[in-house]
Design a protein around this ligand. Structure first.
Ligand code: FES
Ligand code: FE
Length: 426
């Protein structure tokens, strides 16, 4: 069945077949805007970090003319020119035969150039391949496609939500305490779909955490909804129904919040007020979650708001790398930043209780993919299709709004976009 959001099932082969992954690396990761890192990770000239853009190793560097993303592969015989995870340099020297590249990718020197290559050997045109780069609110996106849409067009209506979340504080946001990277079992799409809006699993997969009171006590009854956009981007958010308890649940330092609210778009403000959690996906692999301190249980001491982003990179069809970053308002106090980081790490970090529950389920999905009967069964996404609900969100914004918390509308949207790309229909 196909709904307005997309199909209600997809064959499991898409999660277990190495040939599918090869196609994905070309059609999904190789042809779209992919998040590579945050500008605040490379604040000074010469700063760099190494990442992967789908299947390709890349260097994100701050060169003289700004942030660059380059293929981390020597143009001589392909060796990685940078082995470190991060650092500061003006040049990268290949460890095989010694070609030297500037941090903008240009080839600067070749050992024995004149004597060994002759007078006609030109350095120009032999630099590291540079990706097309565009940034939004400090997020650095890159693509190998020179003829594709702009980042603005790629984000479409979803830009409204990214503005509300990441362009809220006058001084912007920055990465606090670097990046955590772990390899986990399970196809990358399982994780992407989960974050795009799986409210259904919370009380089952994370039940113990709620029962133990680790989450504290919810400040009131909540309702939720999903939003999706045809490029595959989506989010889910949960709201306190009673506007009075409390008035707002932002959870930032007062001065900072006041300054943010003064400049905020009124609808953006409504979107964020009373939201206990907002999480989602920028297609295909950038995830985000922001939560507010609305729980008042015994263990809720020191809670703050926090914002975490994640990037998923496939390693093979059964495994992916997750990179976690904590974003904080640049103008927050150091004490607040540390507390937010602590809380984010405890609740949603690589070794957190939430993560343990989710990763165990991702692992079990992978373990049950099977070869014959298992592989022939589909994954289904029928939840909420054709069900009408009563919840009206307290804000107005663009995109396709699904006014219910328990729905697989965003997963259907993900599958729709994914299949379009894989089948070459757009
Ligand atoms: Fe880099 Fe030869 S492979 S210099
Ligand atoms: Fe979860």
């Amino acid at each position: 069945m196909t709904t307005i959001d997309g199909p209600t099932e997809i064959p499991r082969t898409y999660y277990r077949d190495g040939r599918v992954l090869d196609e994905e690396l070309h059609r999904v990761f190789g042809a779209n805007w992919i998040f590579v890192g945050h500008e605040s990770e490379v604040p000074a000239p010469g700063d760099y970090v190494t990442r992967r853009l789908g299947g390709d190793p890349v260097i994100l560097a701050r060169a003289e003319e700004g942030v660059q993303v380059m293929l981390n592969s020597c143009t001589h015989r392909g060796t990685q020119v940078c082995k470190a995870s991060y650092g500061n340099t003006t040049t990268f020297r290949c460890g095989y035969h010694g070609w030297v590249f500037g941090n903008d990718g240009t080839l600067r020197g070749v050992p024995g150039r004149r004597a060994l290559y002759g007078p006609d050997f030109d350095l120009a045109g032999r630099g590291l391949r540079r990706a097309r780069v565009q940034t939004l609110h400090g997020f650095v996106f890159a693509t190998w496609r020179d003829d594709g849409p702009s980042l603005e067009d790629y984000l479409g209506d979803f830009r409204w939500y990214l503005d509300a979340l990441f362009d809220f504080f006058p001084g912007g946001m920055e990465v606090h305490a670097g990046v955590h990277r772990v390899d986990v079992r399970g196809n990358w799409k399982i994780h992407a779909e989960n974050f795009s809006g799986d409210g259904y699993h919370l009380r089952v997969a994370h039940r113990t955490m709620f029962e133990l009171g680790v989450m504290g006590t919810q400040a009131g009854a909540v309702e939720g909804f999903a939003v999706n956009e045809p490029h595959g981007h989506a989010l889910r958010s949960q709201y306190l129904i009673d506007a009075q308890v409390p008035d707002s649940v932002f959870g930032y330092e007062e001065d900072l919040l006041e300054a943010a609210l003064k400049r905020a778009d009124p609808q953006h403000r409504k979107f964020r007020e009373r939201a206990t959690v907002i999480h989602g996906l920028v297609f295909p692999n950038l995830l985000f979650i922001t939560t507010a301190p609305v729980s008042y249980g015994d263990d809720a001491q020191g809670q703050t708001a926090f914002t975490q982003i994640r990037a998923l990179t496939p390693i093979d069809q059964h495994t992916h790398e997750v990179a976690y970053w904590n974003l904080v308002p640049r103008d927050a106090s150091d004490t607040w930043k540390s507390r937010s980081y602590l809380f984010a790490t405890r609740q949603h970090g690589a070794s957190s209780f939430f993560e343990a529950d989710d990763l165990e389920n991702f692992r079990r999905i992978d373990a049950a993919l099977g070869t014959v009967a298992g592989a022939q069964a589909p994954y289904t996404y029928e939840l909420g299709a054709g069900v009408s609900t009563r919840y009206t969100p307290p804000w107005q914004g663009p995109g396709r709004l699904v006014p219910q918390d328990f729905t697989e509308a965003n997963q259907r949207n993900f599958v729709s976009r994914y299949l379009d790309l894989m089948e070459g229909t757009r």
